[in-house]
Structure formats: C-alpha cells, structure tokens
Design a protein around this ligand. Structure first.
Ligand SMILES: C[S@@+](CC[C@H](N)C(=O)[O-])C[C@H]1O[C@@H](n2cnc3c(N)ncnc32)[C@H](O)[C@@H]1O
Ligand SMILES: *[C@@H]1O[C@H](CO)[C@@H](O)[C@H](O)[C@H]1NC(C)=O
Ligand SMILES: *[C@@H]1O[C@H](CO)[C@@H](O)[C@H](O)[C@H]1NC(C)=O
Length: 435
C-alpha cells in the first residue's frame, strides 16, 4: 500500500468514527460492519476466556504501529524527499491531526451581532453534487489568471442561495464569472464593469459574452466607485437594494470597495481574492481582520519565535506560505503586506500605521452583519493543490481521507489545476453602523 493510501486510510478511519453523517453511506455501513464483527469476536472471546490476552496483544499492535508511523514522519521531514507532493500530504495529514498551529490559525472578521449564514456543510455537499456537471460545461476551460473551481462553486452557490434580482460584477476578464452567475440565475439581469470587453478575448480563444448583461466596458467603462447606482437601479426596476448581489474580482483595496458599496446602499457582497496577510496585491478583509484580539491573528517579527519556526517550516511545503522575512517590512510592520495597504493590482502602495490598521478592523466590524469564507472544496491530499497553507484556511468541505465522497461528487474527474486558485473567497453582508 502506498504511504498516501495509508494516510488516507488512517484519516478516514478516524473521521468516520466521528463524522458518519453527511450521507457518506459507504463508509458508514463499513464502520457498522466492523463494529458488528468486533462485537461478535469479543463475545466469542469472552465466552472462551481469551479476552485479556487479546486486549494486551491489541494494545501492543497499536503502540508499535504508531511508533512506525511517527518515525516515518520524522525521517520524511528531515530527508530531501520532504519536498515531493506525497510527503507534503503526509506532513499535512499528521500535522493536522496531532498538533494545532499555535500562533498560526484562521483569523476572521467578527460580525456585529454574531450572525452567520443559513447554509450548512450538508447543503454545500448537495450543491457540489449539482455544480460539478455544470462546471464541466464551462466555455472557458483554461481560465489562467481567473477563477478556478473552488471560487466558481462558491459564487454559484451564494448566488443561487440568495436569488438576487440583479447581479453586478466588477472585473470580468474573459467572462468566466459572468457565466457562473448566469448558471446560478438564468433569467436575472447582470451588470458587468470591466475595462476590457470580454468580446475582445473572443478573437483569440474562448470567452463568454452574456445576452442579458449590461457591460460597462471598453469606452463605456466606469469604475464601481464612480457609477451612478441610483440611475442603474432605476433602469433595472430595482427598489430593494438587498435584492442585489455584488461580486468583486477587480483587485482593488477591499476597504475602499466596502465604503463605496455602503454609500450606495448595497448589502450582499462577494470578494474573490481575500488574500492572507503578507500576500496579494490589494488590502483584503482577511488582512484587515488579522488582529491580536482574534484567534490566529496578530503576528510577531521576532526571528527566534515559535511563529518564525512554524512559518519557515511550512513555507517548504506550501507555495504561498510566507516566512517572517517575507511577512515583515521596515519597523517590524507585519500587517497588510509588510505594513502596506496595497491597491489596484499593487499599482498603488501606501504604508499605514498599526493604529490605522487596527481602526480599519474596528470600522469593518461596525458595518458587518455576516462574514463567511468559502472553505476549500476538498483537502489537499484529495485535490493535490500545493499553493495555500491548510493551516491558514478553514476546514475543507470534503475533508482529507474522504476519497469516496470526493469521487462520488465527481470531483476526481476534474483536472487538478482547477483546484489551485483558492484565496479564501468571502461573502459579507453589511449595513450602516448603528449610531
Ligand atoms: C482576475 S481578473 C477577473 C477574473 C474573472 N472574474 C474570472 O472569472 O475569471 C481581474 C479583472 O479586473 C479588471 N479590472 C482592472 N481594473 C478594474 C476596475 N477598476 N474595475 C473593474 N475591473 C477592473 C481586469 O481588466 C481583469 O479583467
Ligand atoms: C433578461 O432579463 C429580463 C429581466 O429579468 C428577463 O425578463 C428576460 O427574460 C431576460 N432575457 C433573456 C434573453 O434571458
Ligand atoms: C508591489 O509593489 C511594491 C512597491 O511598489 C514592490 O516593491 C513589490 O515588489 C511589488 N510586489 C509584487 C508582487 O509585484
């Protein structure tokens, strides 16, 4: 048995013991059979008086096998093969089971009244089953620099759940996200703001131009912050702004976009690139809410700290993980990206003080009703993605070890490259601060 399969076994054995719901009938019935067999064996042994010796033997087997597993883990980390994807998975697997990440964790933004979304992991699994065949019919198969599978699913799922009367997107590129929105809501109008019209891409290859979409593109392009939203709403007969969904994939400072959306009176927003602290080309919610008072938030630039050690270790396994050197700018500034508030694809860069950064998070929390990060669709041992560090994201919808479920959902049919673009896409609901 390959080590990866073994890991998956270990993981799934542990998980089925705890999980068992979520419609994973195969695993569940297997567990039930195993329990039955074990009970029968115990009964037999009790009757024949062999129970005690058998228990002792079982214990010895468990201790020895866990010793073997541990020494493999150690060998693996100190050997050069630690850099191949399989050992990366193994590293991740045992890491996630047997330790928590101390100062590394998953910061989030706290909503005003602690409200959360209505959907559950079960709903998401149902959604995945439905979305995979839809995704397979996408017009743009290779969407490099655009959205991959995880975020496409998230956007589709949120749009379908909220059922908006109007969808607005900022940043369309070749039009993949326009197509995703269209799949979620077949007869609702879309407004798309993007400097280059997606039809321009049609000359060179696949692109998607929607028949029921108002494009503010090319010569008609207007930035989201400069649109006269009152007149656009009137034109579409929208009176209730909570019936509108806005999708931002335009790499602009998310604090700036939040203020613009708030001013226009919008409530439901989705941000595609919610970059982690120290990464990305614009100030994001994830960065803004990375604060000492949040678990997993706040950082230290001290070179001899636990965090420094954890970070440099994890950087070897995950392409986008950042070590202390990358994290910290002049004056030990770790917030945003090296103490800077990036904007507009990193064309603009402004140093902010820690106090400003702190106040930004207080402002965000004062207008936030819901903050929900889309989890990664599946764990890295299933998707084989190597980009984001699983220690800095929430638990995947399909957890590591559940290959049966991964396969049943049709996810194993997809090319692995489509799982590479995950950057904590976030859905937020906002309202003006209470005074
Ligand atoms: C990452 S791409 C969008 C990917 C797309 N949503 C998809 O589904 O693949 C970013 C897009 O934002 C556009 N963009 C640049 N500045 C913008 C702005 N101020 N407002 C809206 N879009 C902008 C770029 O031209 C580019 O098409
Ligand atoms: C376009 O959107 C309008 C408004 O929702 C809808 O009534 C109409 O059926 C749509 N047309 C097409 C071609 O999808
Ligand atoms: C972003 O911009 C800064 C300064 O303008 C530059 O030093 C940095 O290398 C840029 N980062 C990326 C990833 O392009």
């Amino acid at each position: 048995m390959s080590t990866k399969k073994m890991l998956e076994r270990v993981l799934s054995a542990r998980r089925t013991a705890q999980v068992g719901e979520e419609g994973d009938e195969d695993d569940e019935s297997k567990t039930r059979k195993q329990v039955l067999l074990a009970m029968r064996a115990t009964n037999h042994l009790t009757r024949t008086g062999y129970l005690l010796p058998c228990l002792v033997l079982g214990l010895v087997v468990i201790v020895v096998s866990s010793l073997i597993i541990h020494s493999r883990d150690l060998v693996c980390i100190s050997s050069p093969s630690a850099f191949d994807p399989v050992s990366r998975m193994r590293f991740f697997g045992f890491d996630s089971l047997e330790s928590h990440f101390g100062s590394l964790g998953v910061p989030w933004c706290r909503p005003k009244h602690g409200k959360t979304v209505e959907w559950t992991n079960k709903d998401l699994l149902k959604g995945l089953e439905e979305f995979v065949p839809i995704y397979e019919t996408r017009p743009i198969k290779n969407n490099m620099y655009g959205m991959g599978f995880d975020h496409s699913f998230g956007l589709w799922y949120i749009a379908r759940w909220l059922k908006p009367d109007l969808m607005i997107e900022s940043g369309a590129f070749k039009g993949h996200s326009t197509w995703v929105l269209r799949q979620a809501m077949p007869d609702k109008p879309i407004v798309s703001l993007t400097p280059r019209h997606p039809e321009k891409y049609l000359k060179k290859g696949p692109a998607y131009v929607d028949g029921n979409c108002t494009y503010f593109a090319g010569k008609e392009f207007v930035d989201f912050g400069s649109v006269n939203w009152g007149s656009v709403m009137k034109k579409h007969g929208v009176t209730d702004l909570s019936r509108v969904l806005i999708f931002f994939d335009d790499h602009q400072n998310e604090l700036k976009r939040l203020k613009q959306a708030l001013k226009a009176g919008f409530k439901h927003l989705v941000f595609e690139d919610n970059y982690d602290t120290g990464t990305g080309d614009h100030y994001s919610f994830r960065q803004i809410c990375d604060q000492f008072y949040i678990r997993g938030g706040g950082h230290s630039c001290f070179k001899d700290s636990d965090e420094a050690r954890i970070r440099s270790r994890r950087k070897k396994f995950w392409d986008k993980a950042v070590d202390i050197e990358e994290l910290c700018g002049p004056g030990e500034a770790w917030w945003g990206v090296k103490g800077q508030m990036r904007d507009d694809f990193n064309h603009s860069n402004k140093a902010i003080t820690y106090t400003q950064h702190f106040q930004n998070s207080r402002f965000v929390e004062s207008v936030l009703d819901v903050y929900w990060e889309l989890p990664p669709v599946a764990g890295p041992s299933l998707t084989h993605q190597t980009r984001y560090d699983p220690a800095r994201v929430s638990s995947p919808i399909v957890e590591d070890g559940r290959f049966g479920l991964f396969q049943r959902l049709g996810l194993s049919r997809l090319e692995t490259s489509v799982f590479n673009g995950y950057t904590q896409m976030v859905h937020i609901q906002i309202s003006k601060p209470e005074s």
